[in-house]
Write a protein that binds this ligand. Structure first.
Ligand code: AN7
Length: 358
C-alpha cells in the first residue's frame, strides 16, 4: 500500500506479522501458500530480576502465554493447519492435555474447517476447555489419559481423511522452532542455558532444532544447554521408562509416553543439559513466586521450567531463559486454590478502613 499513514517500518511491522510471514525463509512454506494465522509469535522476553537474584544468573522469561490462544502451541498450529489447508484437508484432529485443543480450535475456526479434539475427561483446565468449546471444536472427553488419546487419534487418522496435528506432525516442530530464533534475536545470539517443561517433548525438540540451525549458519551464535524439567508424577524421561498412570497438578504435562522421546533426550544430552523433575509442591512454589515476585502469571505446568531452575540449577550458566509455555488464566481453579481468600467488606468507609489500616 502506498497510502500515506499505512506504511509500517521496522519492529512495528514485525509485531503485526504472523509467524509464517516473519520466518517464511526458514519454514516449509512459499509465498502464495494459504496461510492461517492469528499473528502468533513475537512474544516478549521479560527480564526476571528477583529470580536472577535468587539463582545468581541473568534470567529471562520467554512468555509464551501471550500468544493468541495463550500458549506456545499457536506457533506450531499456524504451520500445521496452514499445511493441512494447502493439502486440501477439511478436518483436523489432535489429542490434547488442553492447550493444543484450544489452539487447534482457534486455527480450525479461522480456516473454516472441522476441528476435533480428544481430551482426558475431567483432566484439562477450565480455560482450555472453554476455549475449545467456544471456538467450535468438537470436544471428545476420553475416559482415559493423554497417551491413550494420542494412540486413538493416530489410529483414526490412518483410516479416515482427517489431518493429525499433534506434534508428531513435523509442521508443528517447524513452527515451534521459531521461538528459538526470537530468543536469539532478543539476546544478540548469546545464551548459556534454556529451561523448559517437557510433556510430549515436542517443544524441547523444536527449540533445539532452532538453536542448531542458527549455530550451523553462524557459529558465533550460542548453542545453549537444554534443561528439560518434568513433573515428578509424570517423569518418564527422568526414569527412563514409560509411566502408565501419570499424575500431577501440572495437567498440561500429565503425559507418560512422550512421542518425541529420542529427540528430546538427544537435545538434552547433546547440548550438555540435563533432564530432571520437580514435585507438584515445587512447581506450585515457582508458580506463586513468578506471579507475586515477578508479576508474571503463567499456568502451573509452565512454572516447571522455573521450579527446575531453582531446584537443580544450570551449572555455571550466566544467562538463562526459562520458557513459560502458557498463560495463568488457562487454569483459574488452580490459581484460586493457591491464593488467599477474598476479604469481604460492607459498603462503607469505616468498614474498609478497618480492613486496610486496622
Ligand atoms: C503449558 O496441549 O501436550 O513437551 O496436548 O500445554 O511439547 O508436549 C501440552 C503441552 C508445556 C509440554 N507447557 O510441551 C497438549 C500438550 C504447557 C503445555 C507443555 C504443554 P511438550
Amino acid at each position: 500500500m502506498d497510502q500515506p499513514g499505512h506504511r509500517l517500518t521496522g519492529s512495528d511491522s514485525i509485531r503485526r506479522m504472523g509467524l509464517i510471514e516473519r520466518y517464511m525463509d526458514r519454514l516449509p512454506f512459499e509465498p502464495g501458500d494459504p496461510i492461517v494465522s492469528l499473528n502468533e509469535g513475537s512474544t516478549p522476553l521479560i527480564a526476571a530480576p528477583r529470580l536472577s537474584e535468587r539463582v545468581g544468573a541473568e534470567v529471562f522469561l520467554k512468555f509464551e502465554g501471550l500468544n493468541p490462544t495463550g500458549s506456545f502451541k499457536d506457533r506450531g498450529m499456524t504451520c500445521a493447519v496452514s499445511a493441512a489447508v494447502r493439502d486440501g484437508a477439511d478436518a483436523v484432529i489432535c489429542a490434547s492435555t488442553g492447550n493444543t485443543a484450544a489452539s487447534l480450535a482457534a486455527y480450525a475456526a479461522r480456516a473454516g474447517i472441522r476441528g476435533i479434539v480428544l481430551v482426558p475427561d475431567g483432566k484439562i483446565a477450565a480455560g482450555k476447555l472453554a476455549q475449545a468449546l467456544m471456538q467450535g471444536a468438537e470436544v471428545v472427553a476420553l475416559r482415559g489419559n493423554f497417551d491413550e488419546a494420542l494412540r486413538l487419534v493416530r489410529e483414526i487418522t490412518q483410516v479416515h481423511p482427517i489431518a493429525l496435528v499433534n506434534s508428531v506432525n513435523d509442521f508443528r516442530i517447524a513452527g515451534q522452532k521459531c521461538a528459538a530464533f526470537e530468543v536469539m534475536e532478543d539476546l544478540d545470539g548469546r545464551l548459556d542455558a534454556l529451561c523448559i517443561p517437557v510433556g510430549n517433548a515436542g517443544n524441547i525438540t523444536a527449540y533445539w532444532k532452532g538453536f542448531q540451525e542458527l549455530h550451523a549458519e553462524d557459529p558465533s551464535v550460542s548453542l545453549p544447554a537444554m534443561h528439560g524439567f518434568q513433573a515428578r508424577g509424570a517423569n518418564p524421561l527422568v526414569r527412563g521408562e514409560l509411566v502408565a498412570e501419570p499424575e500431577t497438578i501440572a495437567s498440561a504435562i500429565r503425559i507418560g509416553a512422550p512421542a518425541r522421546w529420542e529427540e528430546a533426550m538427544a537435545a538434552m544430552t547433546g547440548s550438555g543439559g540435563t533432564v530432571a523433575d520437580c514435585t507438584d509442591e515445587e512447581i506450585l512454589d515457582a508458580y506463586r513466586f513468578l506471579a507475586r515476585e515477578e508479576g508474571v502469571f503463567c499456568e502451573p505446568s509452565s512454572a516447571t521450567s522455573v521450579a527446575g531452575l531453582l531446584k537443580h540449577g544450570v551449572g555455571d550458566a550466566e544467562r538463562v531463559v526459562c520458557v513459560l509455555t502458557g498463560h495463568g488464566l488457562k487454569d483459574p481453579q488452580t490459581a484460586l486454590d493457591e491464593s488467599p481468600p477474598v476479604v469481604p467488606c460492607e459498603p462503607d468507609l469505616k468498614a474498609l478502613e478497618k480492613i486496610l489500616v486496622g
